[in-house]
Write a protein that binds this ligand. Structure first.
Ligand SMILES: C[S@@+](CC[C@H](N)C(=O)[O-])C[C@H]1O[C@@H](n2cnc3c(N)ncnc32)[C@H](O)[C@@H]1O
Length: 269
């Protein structure tokens, strides 16, 4: 992640604490985008058996869709450094009788999987939490030759155009971990084995009642909210509601467009 080393540990601790806390409600608080998931699984359907890993899988909202779409021919390693997130993932998979997965509690840069063993690595909404270059090196190590890495994220400018970036005071200033596309490309260029095949843009039309947005913010559905002090957050939320009242007539239908980016990457050894 993009913090200088002194601040790094406290931010990592804060984030670990954040995900421990939010694990029970994470799936219901966040919106899952099917577009990128279908794009990824379509790229994999030709393989007769698939070994894949989802890094920074959280409570598995994307992992479960991946396994559902690819079925029994796939085995997914669900990797996260947070025990609580993984516990909720296991409960969720059990509810749907899914067993072709293994959870691994580990850091994104030291994954206990064999070298050259995977067809595919995915990571959704998580790379800004990782040490990027180390994660890329580790992904390249565990991927087979010609294996695919899919990285789904929102970029800094995309964050600015979310409902939070546009109307929640200081949201973009507080969120300095996200990357610009050029920064991501530069990181991949430094890795001798990972070549970006394509960069895909996904646009999502969102419509939410104001009540739901306030609930999401209060529950810190984006970890960015953890960077506000308590009273600062209260004042910012108040101002956010005022901004929404000034911009929208129908408070049951607050609409905007979210954009996200999917990097499709090939491991060439
Ligand atoms: C924003 S959540 C995204 C979770 C999931 N991919 C999703 O989209 O629902 C980021 C996840 O990355 C995990 N994480 C953060 N730093 C990590 C690291 N260094 N290694 C492995 N997992 C990490 C967190 O515990 C959290 O579950």
């Amino acid at each position: 992640m993009k913090a200088s080393s002194g601040k790094k540990t406290s931010v990592l601790d804060k984030m670990h604490d954040h995900f421990m806390h939010i694990a029970p409600r994470y799936r219901e608080l966040r919106t899952t985008d099917l577009g990128p998931l279908l794009f990824i699984t379509n790229k994999m359907t030709d393989l007769c058996s698939i070994r894949a890993a989802d890094i920074g899988c959280g409570t598995g909202r994307y992992s479960i869709k991946f396994v559902e779409h690819l079925g029994e021919k796939c085995h997914l390693f669900c990797v996260d450094n947070n025990m609580a997130m993984l516990r909720h993932l296991r409960e969720h998979f059990a509810r749907y009788n899914i067993s072709n997965f293994t959870t691994i509690r580990s850091d994104s840069h030291r994954i206990p999987l064999q070298t050259d063993s995977l067809d595919c690595v995915t990571s959704f909404n998580a790379i800004h939490h990782f040490s990027l270059q180390n994660f890329l090196r580790e992904s390249s190590r565990i991927l087979k030759n010609n294996g695919k890495l899919f990285v789904y994220t929102r970029l800094q400018d995309q964050n600015a155009n979310t409902i939070w970036g546009m109307h929640f005071p200081s949201f973009t200033k507080k969120e300095n971990r996200l990357y610009e596309l050029d920064e991501l490309k530069a990181a991949f260029e430094k890795d001798p084995n990972l070549n970006i095949n394509s960069v895909k843009l996904f646009e999502h039309h969102r419509v939410y009642p104001l009540e739901k947005l306030v609930e999401q913010a209060k529950n810190h559905h984006y970890s960015t909210f953890r960077f506000y002090r308590k009273h600062e957050f209260r004042e910012a939320l108040h101002k956010f509601v005022q901004n929404i009242l000034n911009h929208y007539d129908d408070l049951d239908k607050i609409s905007w467009k979210d954009q996200n980016t999917l990097l499709v990457v090939e491991n060439v050894q």
